[in-house]
Each structure stands twice: as structure tokens, then as C-alpha cells.
Design a protein around this ligand. Sequence first.
Ligand SMILES: NC(=O)c1ccc[n+]([C@@H]2O[C@H](COP(=O)([O-])OP(=O)(O)OC[C@H]3O[C@@H](n4cnc5c(N)ncnc54)[C@H](OP(=O)(O)O)[C@@H]3O)[C@@H](O)[C@H]2O)c1
Length: 273
Amino acid sequence: MMSGFAIDSVAVIGAGKMGTTLIHALLEEKSVSPDRITATRRKEEPLGRLAAAEGVSTTTSNREAAAGADLILLCVKPQGVSEVLSEIAGELGPNKLLVSIAAGVSTSLIEQSVPEGTPVVRAMPNTPSLIGKGMTAICAGRWASEDQVEQTRKIFAGMGRTVVLDEAYFNAVTGLAASGPAFIYIIIESLAEGGVKVGLPRHIATECAAQACLGAASMVLETGNAPALLKDDVTTPAGCTIDGILKLEEGGLRVTLIKAVVEAAKRAGELVG
Ligand SMILES: NC(=O)c1ccc[n+]([C@@H]2O[C@H](COP(=O)([O-])OP(=O)(O)OC[C@H]3O[C@@H](n4cnc5c(N)ncnc54)[C@H](OP(=O)(O)O)[C@@H]3O)[C@@H](O)[C@H]2O)c1
């Protein structure tokens, strides 16, 4: 059983991209030693590679992994969740913590498939988590304690920023933080096309565009200033930036981005349930 922030043993069910990244975060954090982590997936070969690279135990039996762990990280695709839960339900209960990262799968849906009293925490990371620059939203199910939510938050903090919030916001956060990187890639790609149009070699244009986004994002996060204020600082009277902004406004960039988040959030609510 877990006490405080100490984790004794972890099962990572579905050690794919996210599951493996979580294993790295756990090992980096030194919150648990490799021999106390058991990773599962259906294919044995990648499990063998994972065991050799990270020193973790592996098995193709989800039930065996869950039986020996007090923290179970559920990292399979959303459509695989109910099958895995039916396999491991017998190993769950009030003394285990189940953390699911399956997009669109609510804590109440999970709670219907596990024994009463099983603490469930849901986390929604995004793809930049794979390189430690993620944004993860975290919420508690009905039986998870504040300590267990904080314990989960600390794990995901190893993959970037975290926010704990009510599950009612999860579709909104999915539309913004999870889909957002795709929107930004299109912005970077388009800015780079602009650079190419005015004569820059493509690789330089792409680097300038990406670094401009990274720098601007860091200014927002590190200064705490409103984006509008930071934009005003760049926009000198009769300078070149205001001419560019005029074109952005003509093209409806703001409205388009607002609508993109609204639509993505709406769709997130229609996914699994
Ligand atoms: N990638 C992201 O940025 C991101 C962001 C937010 C949320 N998520 C969520 O994270 C979860 C995993 O995503 P991912 O990108 O890491 O996918 P992934 O790389 O495909 O990983 C899923 C893993 O689950 C394993 N698996 C499938 N069925 C299984 C079963 N019955 N028992 C044990 N393992 C099983 C698969 O391996 P085998 O085929 O060998 O079984 C695979 O390695 C998804 O639910 C997704 O919604 C991902």
C-alpha cells in the first residue's frame, strides 16, 4: 500500500509511447527503482528491448503486473481500456491507485468496471510530454484522495507542466492543450512558408519560425504578462509588425483559432464517454 509520496511498485499497462515516457519520468524522478516497475504489452519483442534498456520487469500478463503493484498506470488506447479493466479488475481495490491516460475515457466509466472504492485518477497529457515539454491535466475520480492526486501530479511533472482541475473541464483542456500542438505546427509551417516566400532557405525559415514560437511561449510563461501586452511591446508605431498584424486580422486568424479549439473540445466530448 502507498503512503505519502512513496511509491512501492508500479505496473505500466500498455508500455507504448506514453507508457515508456512515464517509465522514464518515474526513473528520472527516482520515485521508484527499475526492479519495482513492471511493464506490459501484448508483443514480447518490444518488451524485451524495454527490459534491456531500462532494467524494468516485463510481462504480457496485465493481471500479473497489476497484482504485484500498488500504482497501476493504464496506458493502452481508449478502445482497449474496457478489455484491460476486465482482466485486472480482480487485482484492484481501495489499496491500489489506478491512473488512466486514455483520452476521452471518464473516471466514472472506469469506476463502473473496477471494485467499489478503487481510487481512480485520470490524466490527459499531450504529445510534447514525450520530450518533457508536456501539459498534463489531472482530475480525481470519486474515491481518489488529494494525496493520490498529488502523487499522480508529481509523476506527470516529470514530463512537463501539470494542472489539477475538475473533470468537467477535460473536454476543454483536450481541445486546447492536447490538440493545440497540431494547431501550432500549422502556424510554424505557415510562418516558415512566409519565410520561404521572402527568400529564406526552408530549413532556416523553419528554425526561425519554431524558435519564434518557443520564445514567445516562454515569454508568456516566464514573465506572466498577458500575451496582448507582450504583443504590444513588439509592435512599434508605424513599424513592420503592425502591418503584419493587419494581415492576420484580415485573414481572421483569431476567430479561426478560437473556433478550432471550440470544435476540438466539442469532438473530445463525443469520443468514448
Ligand atoms: N501519445 C500522446 O501524445 C497521448 C496524449 C494524451 C493521451 N494519450 C493516451 O495515451 C494512451 C497511449 O497512447 P500512445 O500514444 O502511447 O499509444 P501506443 O504507443 O500505441 O501505446 C499503447 C500500447 O498499448 C499496448 N497494448 C495494446 N493492447 C494491450 C493490452 N490488451 N494489454 C497490454 N498492452 C496493450 C500496445 O502494445 P502491443 O500492441 O504490443 O500490445 C502499445 O504499446 C492512449 O489511451 C492515448 O489516448 C496519448
